[in-house]
Design a protein around this ligand. Structure first.
Ligand code: NAD
Length: 412
């Protein structure tokens, strides 16, 4: 079975060894600093009572308050939450963001709940967790949460404290102090980082063939940006299956088809493709934008893409990373490729704390600039350590920043 935390810990150890991170620091970072496990009772519409497991992990706060996502999914567990919190710590630090990594969520399937049950559960999560505000731990959105859920959570938090504090919750709607550009931040950022990696590897953007697994918030926005830049998006999939069109898919029409039918499957003029086939299809750029662990030792050898952009968190296992490196595939890791949302959250926080809100051009410009800076810093560090692994370059940069902060604080 895929052990998310063990995989992330292996990268931590590898990067620490190559980057010369002190053993005490590595020991400190080998487990989360704080984990809260709690249970939420919910009165269901039929009068029965169900209990939901919930979590909040604050991995390390040497650089600043913990921040990031709240995942609501049926099979969420502590292992996954801790691994994601570690990845968030690294993502913030690799991008030069003064924040620690946090992750939380509820083991529940939102589709199985009525609108009243779902809202009550989201509000109860905040009531039971009692987050302590923008200087301590800031929950944001993730799978299963969105603008509406974060609005409920902010309202619940402010009801508990009695104060308006928009920066206490991230990924909220602009009308409640959120930032513009939140929905597009990750998918658009995936394209920004791809464009830089294409330039670096000598790939022509115009006409490049692209396959994208996952057509949700991240995958669909990225698909539109690839399409707009003249790439040929030849394959796309979601949990119900995939589609392929050699000459490229019309993304605007595909979005309409998905909105009408709930899936990309059955898009007129396309061939049927399974999710497994999509990963191995004939393309130059592969963008896994769905779930973790999909590219592993068994299928990595059959990947045809030259450039793999990790839009999802941890879609490539450690074993697959080695196989891809040996094949000469450039992997742009999650902590760089999907960092658009953490840069956006940093901007959301800055706007909320200063009560000064920016236009979308400023936000898009800063996001692109900061993503490219993180990518280039990882590239330089990888070169210094004589590795082509951007993942190691990014993790080493992040670990050095965390190490410096821990030392200056006098913790180790
Ligand atoms: P989403 O729920 O909007 O979309 C997920 C997509 O993946 C859907 O199209 C779904 O049908 C598909 N999918 C689910 N299971 C699948 C499977 N087994 N095989 C193929 N497709 C499958 O989620 P999202 O917000 O687009 O996030 C996608 C990934 O990106 C997740 O790993 C998430 O953690 C990561 N991520 C998201 C953000 C963000 O801002 N939304 C930021 C960073 C990382």
């Amino acid at each position: 079975m895929y052990d998310f935390l063990a995989q992330s810990t292996r990268i931590l150890q590898q990067a620490s060894r190559i980057g010369g991170i002190n053993a005490d620091i590595l020991n400190w970072l080998s487990a989360p600093a704080r984990t809260v496990v709690f249970r939420i009772p919910l009165k269901m519409d039929d009068g029965s009572c169900r209990i939901f497991d919930a979590y909040r992990v604050r991995y390390n706060d040497a650089l600043g308050p913990s921040r990031d996502g709240t995942r609501i999914s049926a099979d969420l567990n502590l292992n996954e939450t801790q691994a994601l919190a570690l990845i968030m710590s690294i993502k913030h630090a690799a991008g030069g963001i003064p924040a620690g990594g946090g992750k939380g969520g509820i083991a529940a399937d939102p589709r199985q709940l009525s609108p009243r049950e779902f809202e009550t559960l989201c509000r109860a999560y905040i009531r039971y967790l009692r987050p302590k505000g923008s200087a301590y731990d800031v929950p944001g959105a993730d799978i299963g949460t969105n603008l509406q859920t974060m609005a409920w959570m902010l309202d619940e938090y402010e009801s508990l404290t009695g104060f308006h504090e928009p920066a206490a919750i991230n990924d909220k709607p602009p009308i409640l102090g959120g930032s513009l550009g939140g929905y597009e931040a990750t998918g658009s950022g995936v394209f920004d980082v791809f464009a830089e990696a294409a330039y670096e590897t000598g790939m022509e953007v115009e006409g490049a063939t692209v396959a994208i697994q996952g057509f949700g918030q991240v995958g669909s926005v990225a698909a539109q940006r690839f399409h707009d830049a003249g790439c040929r998006v030849v394959a796309v999939s979601d949990s119900r299956g995939g589609i392929y069109a050699r000459n490229g898919l019309d993304i605007a029409a595909l979005l309409e088809h998905k909105s009408d039918t709930g899936s990309v499957a059955g898009f007129p003029g396309s061939e049927v493709l399974s999710n497994a086939q999509l990963l191995q299809c004939d393309c130059e750029v592969l963008v896994p934008a769905a779930i973790q662990g999909v590219i592993h030792a068994e299928n990595a050898g059959r990947i045809q893409a030259r450039l793999l952009i990790e839009a999802a968190n941890a879609p490539v296992t450690v074993e697959a990373d080695d196989i891809l490196a040996a094949k000469g595939v450039t992997v742009v890791p999650d902590v760089l490729a999907n960092a658009g949302s953490v840069h956006l959250c940093q901007m959301e926080r800055t706007q909320g704390l200063s009560d000064n809100y920016w236009d979308i051009e400023t936000i898009n410009h800063l996001r692109q600039e900061r993503l490219v800076a993180g990518y280039r810093a990882a590239l330089n560090t990888a070169a210094k350590h004589q590795t082509r692994s951007l993942r190691l370059g990014a993790w080493i940069n992040a670990l050095r920043r965390i190490e410096d902060a821990i030392r200056m604080r006098g913790w180790c």
